[in-house]
Design a protein around this ligand. Structure first.
Ligand SMILES: Cc1cc2nc3c(=O)[nH]c(=O)nc-3n(C[C@H](O)[C@H](O)[C@H](O)COP(=O)(O)O)c2cc1C
Length: 192
């Protein structure tokens, strides 16, 4: 799989960043060339879940590649055909909404737009408390889009967070393999 280059973009669902790093390790174990990308929010925000600098350093260690963290740095992904697959893991409600609406004002949405123009697969691992409310329309729109695939997702806490959806991060590498083959990994909807 040495000729495959994968982009791995992280958005500001901070509570899932630890699981996302495990998924990134698994992706890197499968494909030699993995380019790390972070949203500006992720690059700038320290939270109770960790420091932004530490996360980016960890991504650079895993990938052995500098992090892309701006619209300007993400733009060459299009003209240079840099990626065979782009993974957004985790993908926030904010970024889902932008992707569904054609808004390109962040490093991650720029990476997605640049990559999709080349007709190559985009894999989304959603993580948002409003997946079954405010972001439901975005997810629905993206499910119906060419070249877009999802990491299987489900409700993470139906009793306490009835509208929350989160991807199964342990399936990211398998979903990536399927997306590279033009397939949606099934079952897409997970039972709680
Ligand atoms: C501690 C913390 C945790 C958050 N967790 C989530 C989350 O799990 N899912 C989500 O959609 N947004 C979450 N947010 C909100 C996003 O970070 C916010 O919408 C941000 O604008 C996302 O930007 P991005 O999509 O460019 O990364 C969280 C914010 C904070 C401060």
């Amino acid at each position: 799989m040495d000729n495959i280059t994968v982009g791995f973009a992280v958005c500001g669902s901070f509570c899932t960043h630890a699981k996302a790093m495990t998924a990134l390790e698994q992706v890197r174990a499968r494909w030699q060339n993995v380019i790390p990308i972070v949203s500006e929010c992720t690059a700038e925000t320290d939270t109770r879940f960790g420091k932004a600098h530490d996360l980016m350093r960890e991504m650079e260690r895993i990938c052995d590649h500098r992090v892309i963290a701006s619209v300007k740095a993400a733009e060459p992904i299009g003209p240079q055909h840099l990626l065979d697959l782009l993974i957004i893991c985790p993908c926030t409600g904010n970024t889902l909404g932008k992707l569904a609406s054609g808004v390109t004002d962040s490093s991650v949405t720029m990476a997605a737009k640049a990559h999709l123009r080349n007709g190559r697969p985009l894999l989304i691992a959603p993580s948002t408390n409003d997946g079954l409310s405010g972001s439901a329309a975005s997810i629905g729109a993206l499910l119906n889009r060419k070249y877009i695939y999802f990491v299987p997702f489900g409700q993470d806490d139906p009793a306490k967070k009835p509208t929350s959806l989160v991807a199964d991060f342990s399936q990211v590498a398998d979903a990536a393999q399927a997306a590279l083959e033009g397939q949606q990994l099934q079952p897409l909807l997970l039972r709680t």
